[in-house]
Design a protein around this ligand. Sequence first.
Ligand code: ARG
Length: 473
Amino acid sequence: MSQDSKTTSKPWQGRFSEPTDAFVEAFTASVEFDKRLYQQDISGSIAHAKMLAKCGIISTDEANKINQGLEQILEEIVAGQFNWSIALEDVHMNIEARLIEITGDTGKKLHTGRSRNDQVATDLRLYLRDQIDAISPILLTLQTELLNLAEKEVNTIMPGFTHLQTAQPVTFGHHIMAWFNMLDRDRDRLIDCRKRVNVMPLGSAALAGTSYPIDRHFTAQLLGFDTVSENSLDAVSDRDFAIEFAAFAAILLVHLSRISEELVLWNSSQFNFIQLPDRFCTGSSIMPQKKNPDVPELVRGKSARIFGNLTSLLTLMKAQTLAYNKDNQEDKEPLFDSIDNVKGCLRAFADMLPAIVPNRESMLQAAKAGFSTATDLADYLVTKDVPFRDAHEVVGKAVAYCIENNCMLDELTLEKLKTFSSIIEKDVYERLTLEGSVNSRNHFGATAPAQVKSAIKNARQSLKKFYNADKKP
Ligand code: ARG
């Protein structure tokens, strides 16, 4: 039978006395978006047929015929020769109908002992597992690029901010390692999410399990699942794994949006801390001087839909009674959207970050300008036995004087400094330099170049095991 003559009569038509309303047919169909599950749907069916044969529920010949038919369908889909039909509702029924066309009555046996309810949950988990395994190396590349960049900038001094006001000098390498640490937590979340994704619901059938003597562990082994689900009612309706991925994506985008915001600010002529290469920017159609940081702006903007997808999935599942409800068909688009956009954002960042050009001189000047070593002056007084609160007061007065006289702390003469505290001596000047300041913060987790270097080394070590990871992130 040719593809054109493929039957579009519904597998569940038997009970019905009139055809589906044309609008309802289109309204309830999911094939337009769930056809992307075709590969997982076919692998799941092949494994299911093998299991049916192993358990004597169908013959080995029948299983072979079914599996050859499914392989043929896979080729047709990949070659773009498969006719997807809305009348056949979803990816599962489209593939099954074509199988029946190819293999006749044998194909009709494939759905023995399963339901679309456990089938779709299985497909979605397989698909998400594959996508997690595709996202993990992109995240790894981005993290590695951050380490490379941090390494180049261990000695670069910039102002550190609180309230977006200059606070204390930090090294740019330390700032980049802060970004790295955010993403490293995201990696942990992704790995953890995968554990709960990789559980097989197949065999739960519609909701109660099946009366056939199936071997779920055998199917799970064929499909690379770590475990099988423990309760059929829960298994067909559970979408926690999708919510968890969407939550991973949302937190990741919180991080990427924060980094984006800094890149946008720093790339402005007001900050002038970095330059984004032209290839990651676009121009304005009206203002010829403009070079807009579109890539970080867009990534920042993508956080909106990614947060929305998490909210959609949470709301979708809230108050749903057991077990499967058609509501669950709405799980796919938000999940797919989060997957696609996470991949895009990570890829954009992995390409862009190694190409940013830091303007070290501007960073240095900005660190000098904002009284960033004021705390160091206070700490100096403390070493001379002035109580910290009194030292704070003294330095506050010195800073106020500098603001009024438009100068910097290290430009004050010793004589002038002594008017604020007679305890101050010549050795104060080494504490007031930016290098002195960052080098003095020399303990685990702090900004001194020596510490940042060892943080980078530890991070490289911790990533090592992921480089050769075959499948698992
Ligand atoms: N297209 C459906 C979905 O995505 C497949 C499961 C349909 N099950 C059912 N009982 N109608 O959820």
